[in-house]
Design a protein around this ligand. Sequence first.
Ligand code: AIR
Ligand code: ASP
Length: 266
Amino acid sequence: MIAGDLNFEQNHVTIKTNKQERVLHMQSTDDILYEGKSKSVHPGPCADSVILRYKDTATAFNGVKKEEISGKGKLNATISNLIYAYLHENGVETHLIEILDETTVAAKKVEVVPIEVIIRNVAAGRFSHTYGVPEGTPLRRAVVEFALKDDALDDPPINESQILALDLATATELADMTRQAVKINELLITYFAKVKIRLIDFKLEFGRYKDGSIILCDEISPDSCRLWDADTGQKLDKDRFRQDLGDLISGYEEVLHRLTSGGFTS
Ligand code: AIR
Ligand code: ASP
């Protein structure tokens, strides 16, 4: 967290310290640093921060399938904020500084490591297709995979040797990302199991903060996780959109409803 007591309002942030009260005017969110597929990044209220705005755009297959789905941004923001609060309480450092409103957060400015870390507990998606393992097959141990963050190349799998050879991350950074991802998996399996949801797999992104530390960034939401109802196996995540399984919003609302009525309201 940033030093002092931060209070974010509509378009400014008040920083209270024991000596003074300062008001910093935020840049307008019309000012875009980066336009992502599901979020936009804007200048932050303080140095070393950015504002992230969750959008209603749903994409799959790296943008080949695209639709505006009203309410998706708000649901992903709310779910991701709940998960980040839980991870923070359990000792995982994240980029989240403060929730600004239903679709925007202030986050630490990081240099995003161009590697997706994917963790799998049950076979599905690319793992099932690539290795011919039927969807739903439990895996004896969690699988850790890396993918290159590159839409034009369809985020291809990449291994440690290739990451090091291409200077995409150092061995220490990669070990740190893996250690954090394994810990996050253990925490999230428990978190979702309490509300009868199975965590099948998910994707994480990490960034380099100004002090050189590697911290969790981006979002953790039904856009980035496969989440199945523990009793019925019903899919509650973005596969509803990818596979045309029906209304995406009702699945995401079900996830949020369970997390908030399951005692995870912080
Ligand atoms: N993922 C990967 N790239 C973008 C996303 N959202 C997530 C998927 C799934 C996991 O990573 O949502 O939860 C594995 O995806 P796949 O396609 O490799 O099976
Ligand atoms: N995140 C990618 C996209 O938005 C891939 C996916 O989720 O299927 O297109």
